[in-house]
Design a binder for this molecule. Sequence first.
Ligand code: ADP
Ligand code: ZN
Length: 642
Amino acid sequence: MSALPITSAADRLHTPLGVLQEVFGYNAFRGQQGAIVDHVCAGQNALVLMPTGGGKSLCYQVPALVRQRRGQGATLVVSPLIALMQDQVSMLEQLGVEAAFLNSTLSSDAAQDIERRWRSGHLSLLYAAPERVLTSRFLAMLDSLHERGLLSLLAIDEAHCVSQWGHDFREDYLGLSQLAQRYPGVPRLALTATADELTRTDIVDRLALQDAQRFVSSFDRPNIRYTIVEKEDPRAQLLAFIRQGHQSEAGIVYCATRKKVEETAVWLSDHGIRALPYHAGLDLALRHQHQQVFVEHDTRDGGLVMVATIAFGMGIDKPDVRFVAHLDLPRTVEGYYQETGRAGRDGEPAEAWMVYGLADVVGQRRLIEDGQASEDFKRVLRGKLEAMLTLAEAHDCRRQRLLSYFDEPSEPCGNCDNCLEPPEMWDGTEAARMALSCVYRMTQHGAHNGARSFGAAHLIDVLRGKPSPKVRQYGHDRLSTYGIGRHLSEALWRAVLRQLVAQGHVMTEVELPTLLLTEGARAVLRGEVPLTMKQPREQLKLAARNARPTRGGINGTGSATRSAHDWIVEFDEAAQARFERLKTWRTTQSKAQGRPAYVIFHDSTLAEMAARRPATAEDLATISGVGARKLAAYGADLLALM
Ligand code: ADP
Ligand code: ZN
């Protein structure tokens, strides 16, 4: 590897655009990045809300470099996760930036060395977790930098962690409020990919960002297609989903419990889909290993599925996750948005797919009611669950619902299940009345026999006139409602019940799965509450229509963004061969350096090289993702592969 001459005017590195182009190798800022960077470079506070993959990191990395070059000192990045820090630091080192992290994985020698570089102001960026930042030792270091005018910027990543209304509250984040008092005049920048209004207000209060300008980007992820289907045989549905176009891709499957994670991973493996489990109960080394395998996975080796609890994912920067599937309902829309947002960070088509059924509604309700939280807190949790249920039950555009949850108006998207195949609607008012009066009669009648309430399956048997042993045992075949719902399918009845529970007309008792009427049921019984519902769809029919999702970039840049996909489509055989050579070269580099392949170059960068076939270092420098350092380090190698 020999160094190539590069022209770089030192002055350019004092400007945001110069840093972006020279150091990061990108041509232009995206969306609000430019405005945010200018604001922060000028020493102002900011709250940045930008979706995953939107490019939050550059919002503090560029100001960190600009401000340091202007002699204003170093930047501290507070980040909750070790994996995230490591990834970011790896990327920055590749770009020739002096960056480091301090966390528990370091030997004490290594940590001391980093502290020394930090104290002397040699680092441009230091990443640390909040619990470390708040130790007296660390604060003393910060004090000393501050006194010498060498503390330039405080960036607080994943800022929603400071709010108990966020989906990922962390006690340690609360203490960060003291940074404002302790270092007045040092600009603070809080960033998050998810926060509803309640959480935003909380972030502002707790981080003392009252005077901070808010930069709210569109939360739309147009390349992600949203689909929510009724749960019937979830594993078989999942398998069909994966086999229909995702077999040789990387994806994440979220499950609610550790047990289910393990079982699902084994089951998928038994069915020929390579799958690894990940949850907080696994041995740390194994967990780490699985994460590593996933992050470094290359689709040339076939598909790979990470089956995980929500313990997995934050800080995983893998750009080419093609699908995120949920086998259980997330508790909040923020959680759903965050988890599904891990798909398609590269802007290429990706899918968010979920199965959802009555048991999810019942289970989530119970978790809240049986929990130890205060009544106030429970009220908020209930509200959040309601919003999630509304999204799951929606018969109109999912994306519109999702975005409106984050206060963002939008038009029907054309890239969700309901837009692509508008569900047939059905007036369920009568059915709802039948179901509720049947519950009423069953509980009345059952009372004589010592039973107070019955589950959904039993109710459906009674409605459909099925003489099961239990129906006979309780004499429910003698009820006037026995068999009144014979004309409707079981699936339809399940949907009716699910919606009644979701809307709070039927309550589910502690003994799962038993049903009781609520106050609200009266109005439904009197026919005062019209219920318009979706006809349940047949799963396989739905799955079969599944063509590849349409394309689109992050933040609506859409087709204007050229992406790896375009280049690949335009590839002739020779370009394809170059692309393969480049990838092989990258694999060798990645192994030799012990870094994930995408840290060296993204697929899209390699694809652009293969398609454009640069002949000189200057040509190479115009390719998106090739900055000065990478050009110097890899330029000769790359040109030789053209
Ligand atoms: P976030 O932290 O918001 O999820 P990242 O900061 O990881 O997003 O950025 C997502 C991807 O987009 C990264 O691969 C990053 O290099 C790329 N990116 C960000 N900003 C730009 C830009 N202005 N031009 C080109 N690529 C960009
Ligand atoms: Zn839609």
